[in-house]
Every structure is written in C-alpha cells, then in structure tokens.
Write a protein that binds this ligand. Sequence first.
Ligand code: B12
Ligand code: SF4
Length: 521
Amino acid sequence: MLVFLVHIRDPQFYAMPAAERAKNGNIRIMGFPPIGIMALSAVLKRAGHECVMFDQANPETPNNVIIDSIRCQRPALVGLSFLSTTSYPYAKILARQIRVADSEVKLAFGGVFVTLSAELVKRQCPEVDFVCRGDGEQLILDLVERLDHPESVDGITWAKDGEVVSNRNRVLDRNLDQWPFPDRESLKLDFVESMPLDVPAVLSMERFTTMQTSRGCPWPCVFCDIPIFNEGKWRSRSPAHVIAEFQHLQELGYGSVYFVDDHFLLQPKRIEAICDGIEQNAINVQWGCEGRVDSVVQHLFPTMARANCRTLMFGVESGSQKILDRLKKEQTLAEVETAVNNAKRGGIEIVHGFFVVGNPDENIEDIRVTFDFAARLRLDTFGFNRLCVYRGTPLWHEYVTRGLVDDAKDWFKYFKCTEIDPTCLPGEVVHLERARGFRRLFVYKLTHYPIQTFTLIRRFTRFMRLRDVIYLIVKPFLGERRGPTKAETLSQAVEHASMKSETAGQQSRRGSTLVPSKTRS
Ligand code: B12
Ligand code: SF4
C-alpha cells in the first residue's frame, strides 16, 4: 500500500541558512528534521508498504506540489503530522485542499496536539478521516491494514454513521527497541544544527539529525503536557539499541545529533552504558540532550562530555523560587546553580538554560531577579520565551476553572498567558523588562565571563554570516517587534476562512524565497 506522510511546519521554526546546497545535492534547512514521520516511514517500509514523505520546510514541496503528487500517485492514505496549536491552521488548510482535489483518499492527523483534542479536531476538520492518538508506530500499521474497517483500530477517532467516535486508547508500548531506526535518508534535505535562540545560531555545518532514546516525563510542571501524552510514564530504549543507531548515523556521515527526549538525564546506569558504548565503538558523532536540574546523574557529566556530549539544555524557567513553585517545577534555585556548575566543570561545552517570562503571579522584581540569576549562572546560552498555555496542561484546566479560557471555544487557540491571565504582568511590560534584562545580562556576561562569551561568539562566526552574528548580538538592544506573529493570528482566529486562501498562496510562493527565521517568541 502507498502512504504519503507530510510534516506540517509553522514557518517560524525553521530557516534556510544560505542559498547553497549540501555536497550531496540536498537542500539545507536550519531546524529539526521531522522525526515523527521519519519514524513512521521506517515502520511502514519494513512492513512492505511504500511511503513518500514531504516536509513543509522544503521550499520545493509546497502544498500544490503535494496535491499534484497525490493526484498522480493516488496513495491510499495521507498522514499529516504536526506538533502544536501553531501548525494546526496550516494542517487544516492542507487537509481541505487535499479533500477538494481528491474526495477518495483517506486522510489522517497525528501528533501531540491532536492526541489531546481528538474529538474536537475531528468535528472541526471533518475532511480528515482519522485523528490518531498517541504513539503512531503500531497504530499506522493497523490502520493501513484496516482502512475501510477502522472499528478495531485502537487509538483513532473517526466518524461512524455520522457520529464522532473514539476507539479505545492503545496500551502504552514499553518495548521501543522493536521499531526500526527513523527513515532519515528518503527526504532529500540536510539539516543544519542551530540553537533555539532569538536568532537561529548555527553550531556546526556537520550533517545534523535528531534521535529519540526515551519518551515521557513523570513531573507535574503546570505548563507541560508531556506527562499527559505519556500517561505519566517514562519509557526508554536499551543502550545497545541506542548505540546501534549511533553507529548507523556515523556510517551515514552524520556528525551531530540532538536527543528530543523529554528527560534524558533520568537513569544513571543507562546513561553510563550509552557513554561506554560510544567510547568502545569509537563513535565520534557529537550529541546534545536536555533534562532536569535535579537529575541524579550529574556525577556522569564528565563521562558524557568524554563520550562527545557537547550540548546540555536545562529547563531553568525562572530565577524566582516563588515562580518555580507557582509553575510546580519542583526544583530549587540551588539545584539549578549546582547542575549548571556540574555541567561546566564536567566539560560540557555548551550549557543552555530555557527560561520563561510572563508567568502567573510574576511581578517586575521576579523578572529582574530572573535575568540577574541567569547572568550569574555559568550558562553559555539562554532562551527567554513568554509562557503560553496549551490545552490539556494543568494550567489550561486551572484557566478553565477560573473562567479565563472557554474549553469549548478556545481549545485550538494559541494564548500567551499575559494576554488572558490578570495575575500576569501586561505583555508590554514583560517586553520591556525582557529587553532591559537582556541588555544587563549581555553586559554582565561580557565583563564577568569574557572568555566564555568570546569562545561562543567565535564558534558562531565560524558558521554564520557576519550579518547574522551582529544581529544576534544587537537584537536585545533593539527591543521587541510588537504584535502577534502571523501564526499566532492564524491560530487565534475563530474561523480561518478569510485567511485560508492568503496562506495557501503564501505557501506556494515560498518555493522561490529564502525564509528568514523568527524562531520562538
Ligand atoms: C523537538 C520539539 C520541537 C522542535 C521541532 C521539532 C520538529 N520536528 O520540527 C521545535 C524546537 C522547533 C519545537 C517548536 C515548538 N514546539 Co515543540 N517539541 C519538541 C519535542 C521536544 C519533541 C518532538 C519530537 O521530535 N518527538 C519525537 C517524535 C517521534 O514524536 P512525534 O512527533 O510526537 O510523533 C509520534 C506520535 O505523535 C505519532 N504521530 C505523529 N504524527 C503522526 C501522524 C500520523 C498520521 C500518525 C498515525 C501518527 C503520528 O507517531 C509518532 C511516533 O510515535 C516535543 C515534546 C514531545 N515529546 O513530543 C515538543 C512539543 C511537541 N512542542 C510543543 C510546543 C508547544 C512547541 C511550540 C508551540 C513552542 C512555542 N511556543 O514556540 C513550537 C511549535 C512548533 C510548530 N508548530 O511547528 C509542545 C506541544 C504542546 C501542545 N499540546 O500543543 C510539546 C509537546 C512540548 C511540551 N512540553 O509541551 N518543538
Ligand atoms: S520536567 Fe520538563 S518534560 Fe517534565 S513535566 Fe516538566 S517541563 Fe515537562
């Protein structure tokens, strides 16, 4: 059976580094590869099916090209995969366009966002036949076998005799080693490794990809829906399976990999075994991962550094204990400091801190202490995003109870907390304090950690255009662009009809332009 898989992107989250192609002729994209559809493609192909993937980051495959290919090749199923609220409007537009072009082809949606709102998605987007919930590997195999009799396919939401029905949930599969490595080679794209900063900062021009060695996280942070998506469980692949994938990547010429695990730093024995495997098998692929600051594996940071772990990212969130407690982060400022120091002492080259501002109950002083705290930490890089609330998270439930969001009307919208929660500072104030904080942070870093700062800037200048490096440095001094992004506007619109044609036109025009990235806001 022929299956098409499309990764729907929000254009804010990738960029084209330069007009040139990689040596192998592939187009270069600055961003993460679509590992969700790559995982499903590998599974389908191993089972004897044919699979064609499209990534919307590829300027050569805009919607009209995908639709033409559907008309020509007549796949039995087209699966659209996307991560979140901000890409949902683009997914709906494509689904509607496909349905207009082909009334027969079966359409499926999958990913975290649709998993958590499956029935609502099915009702709002009736063009889609199946909304797929949870892990997709076994689900897609079952679905292609029973496209015309989906009653017995666990984990799907569909319409039976005009009624939306949800088949029972899949039992969470703990055996992740059973699945083949993602199909990274069929998509003719090469990904460039960059940091999630306000300007995409290129780390290396090595062939870059992502890997998932574990799934889930059992902590209760109020803004996060990973625990819900994974039923509060953490599941992992065995070290031997991870090492085999490293070897496979090395053979394919990849030089750098980032783990998209929610919390890699969980099990000391497993991490030790992975690091040993890397050394014993002379694997020289560099890697990066993220985890919590209260991790019990910190004594292994030197081992990880020796095994080519170059980047470690921590969810620091705030420099105010009051805010950490409000977010139910279950970590202390002392733990943050210890983890960052341990990582740097252990020899990790780039230690990154994710921060959020615009939190509930946050005052100006909390933002100031957060930037001062960030300045004092030995972090190499930082990201300061505004807190957003997503359906399914504990914060969303709280906002429903407090009457700040209406679950029936607002479930698909994108909200910064500052826009809806009166206990947050106004958005303008957060903007201003963030710009001020960045300036103080930068000056502090230059004067107190000059070697660390210059080493990092030197790394960026090796791979980035000078213009981009200068922008990266001066942007905090320029202040913020005000107002919502196009994606935010799209996802906030109650009915997308008026924007549909405009966005569709823009998607097809993207074929010839180089998209400057704005990255996360
Ligand atoms: C890496 C990552 C990113 C990367 C991009 C990755 C990429 N490929 O482009 C970047 C940094 C760009 C990013 C950005 C954002 N992200 Co993000 N991201 C992740 C992260 C950590 C891993 C995603 C991943 O690679 N998973 C591994 C693959 C294998 O899993 P998967 O894609 O879910 O696919 C599996 C199933 O979902 C299913 N499946 C998927 N598609 C389909 C399709 C079909 C047909 C079927 C049958 C099955 C199926 O099968 C797959 C295999 O089991 C997740 C957390 C997580 N664990 O999911 C957050 C996560 C998805 N992101 C999230 C958010 C909020 C965002 C942003 C909106 C953040 C922001 N405010 O700016 C943006 C939006 C991006 C966009 N719209 O394009 C939230 C989503 C919450 C929600 N309910 O919407 C998550 C869950 C994080 C969290 N803690 O809450 N993200
Ligand atoms: S520790 Fe990270 S992944 Fe786990 S619940 Fe909190 S934010 Fe989500």
